[in-house]
Structures are given as structure tokens and as C-alpha cells.
Ligand binder design. Structure first.
Ligand SMILES: C[S@@+](CC[C@H](N)C(=O)[O-])C[C@H]1O[C@@H](n2cnc3c(N)ncnc32)[C@H](O)[C@@H]1O
Length: 242
């Protein structure tokens, strides 16, 4: 049985894992890279990778049995532009992103991350200032970070953190505060589940701008001042744009 949640702050999950060379991961390692954080059973990337053969797709997931099952499906499908790796994103991704050739990272998706509702568990949420800073450092100007969630009290502080960094803007044409649609051609498993129930989804597409990432301690101070890492800024739940 696959556990519903694992504690990313446990000693086991705090161990960094190595990033295999891109040449070992992908048949065409120089393609632009799409990173999906929290790829779960992998069905989103398994459906997207054949539709986007001009990209490599990397799913990172903290629950190892899900990674193994997703990898088995990937091998069976013969997809050479897709890999799933077991890692705690908050621990391993900063190093992995720093190892990528400049400009290689083309898209980051963070979709329906675990909400960890209790205040004392907010530190377990995946988007912390250090990961956001690493993403901002690796993403070139014009590349995209897509966030979506069905939990308003979670996505609001995530958006506040991204905005506090000063490193991202929304596309001029996008409705504020939320995008009504997913810009990608494939919904995630959680997205399908939520939409089948007719429940709202909050979505934001960010584009990397030219602003250098702030120092980590400055970003942490901004986040703490805004309450963005403990969810304190989350207010009521406005209905998303239909
Ligand atoms: C609610 S599920 C959403 C899965 C998928 N993105 C979707 O939309 O269907 C969140 C996933 O993120 C994974 N996850 C949580 N914390 C993580 C972390 N620190 N690093 C990598 N994956 C993580 C969970 O194990 C889970 O599979």
C-alpha cells in the first residue's frame, strides 16, 4: 500500500539525492526541460510527454512506490523524453537545478501540492523560499512557472511568495487574480478529480522576468513579513473566475 503522505522533514527524506547526468535520463538531453514537482503516479506526464516530443519531462516525487510505478509505465510506453525520479523536491531540487546547463529549464509545473493544513505542518509544504529562489535562479527570462490548487488557503500564500520574490510577472493577457483554464493540454489526476466534482480550481501562470533573485535571507524575511510561509495571509475564498 502506498502511504497517502510522507513527512518531508523526516531524517530519511532530508537526505539529498543525486541527479543522474541528463545523458542517462533522456535520449535527446539537450531538449528544453519541463519539471513537474509532485508528479505522484505520473499519469499527467505520461499523457503530456508524447504530445510534447520537443521537450524532456522530469517528474519529481517524494513517494518512491509511485515513482517506480510511473517509471514502469514510462518504460512500457517507450517514452525517451520522460523520466520520474524519487526525491524530496525541497531538499534535492536546489542542487539539481544548479547543475542544469544555463537556459535548459523551460517550464516548471507545481500542481495541487499537499496542503498540510495544520499551522504546525506548514513547514512541510513544498514551496518554501529556498525552492522558489532555486527555481527563479534556474528559469530564464520568459520561461513559465504554472501553479494550480483546489485549496485557496494554500495557493494564496504560494502566489504571495512568488510575487514577493519580484522575479515573476503574469502574462499581460491573463485575467486577475486567477486564470480560468490550464494552459497545458492535459489535466492532472487531481485536477480531473476536482473538476468531476464541480469544485473550484485556482490557477496562476507566472513568467520569469529579468529581476535577479533576492538573497535567500531577504526572501525569507519578505515571506515571514507577509505571513506567506505560514498561510497567515490566506483570507476568505473568493470564487475563481468561471
Ligand atoms: C496532492 S498530490 C498531486 C499530484 C499531481 N500533481 C496531481 O495534480 O494530480 C501532491 C503530490 O506531491 C508529492 N509531494 C509532496 N511533497 C513533496 C516533496 N517535498 N517533494 C516531492 N514530491 C512531493 C506527494 O507525494 C503527492 O504525490
Amino acid at each position: 500500500m502506498v502511504r497517502q503522505h510522507v513527512n518531508p522533514l523526516s531524517r530519511y527524506h532530508q537526505q539529498p539525492r543525486p541527479l543522474p547526468p541528463l545523458e542517462e535520463l533522456f535520449a535527446a538531453p539537450s531538449l528544453p526541460l519541463h519539471l513537474d514537482i509532485g508528479s505522484a503516479r505520473g499519469r499527467f506526464l505520461l499523457a503530456l510527454a508524447p504530445l510534447r516530443p520537443d521537450h524532456n519531462h522530469l517528474g519529481v516525487e517524494i513517494r518512491q512506490p509511485l515513482v517506480e510505478a510511473a517509471e514502469a509505465d514510462r518504460l512500457a510506453a517507450g517514452l525517451a523524453n520522460l523520466r520520474f525520479l524519487f526525491a524530496n523536491a525541497g531538499v534535492s531540487l536546489p542542487d539539481w537545478l544548479a547543475q542544469l546547463p544555463p537556459g535548459r529549464l523551460a517550464l516548471v509545473t507545481l500542481q495541487f501540492p499537499d496542503p498540510w493544513f495544520k499551522t504546525r505542518h506548514h513547514k512541510r509544504r513544498v514551496l518554501q523560499p529556498s525552492l522558489l529562489r532555486a527555481l527563479a535562479t534556474a528559469l530564464a527570462p520568459g520561461t513559465a512557472l504554472f501553479l494550480q490548487s483546489d485549496v485557496h488557503a494554500l495557493i494564496e500564500p504560494m502566489v504571495a511568495l512568488v510575487e514577493a520574490s519580484g522575479c515573476f510577472d503574469r502574462p499581460a493577457a491573463d485575467p486577475r487574480p486567477w486564470r480560468p483554464t490550464n494552459p497545458l493540454p492535459v489535466p492532472t489526476e487531481r485536477e480531473q478529480h476536482v473538476e468531476r466534482q464541480g469544485l473550484p480550481v485556482w490557477r496562476v501562470l507566472f513568467l520569469r522576468n529579468n529581476t535577479p533573485p533576492p538573497p535567500l535571507d531577504a526572501l525569507e524575511a519578505l515571506a515571514a513579513a507577509d505571513g506567506v510561509t505560514n498561510g497567515a495571509s490566506a483570507g476568505g475564498e473568493p470564487r475563481p473566475t468561471p
